[in-house]
Write a new protein. Sequence first.
Length: 51
Amino acid sequence: MTVSQVAERLGVCRSTVYQLCERGEIPHVRVSNAIRVPVQALAEYVGRLSK
């Protein structure tokens, strides 16, 4: 998923998603200069939030 897609799903701005990735809270993959978040990684992050 793109940063914009993750931001939309979480209801936050894109810069918040970049910060979460930078802090290691959301696992991500860098493809060239773009950040991609696996769907499973986002699902696990949301699961940790709801506990």
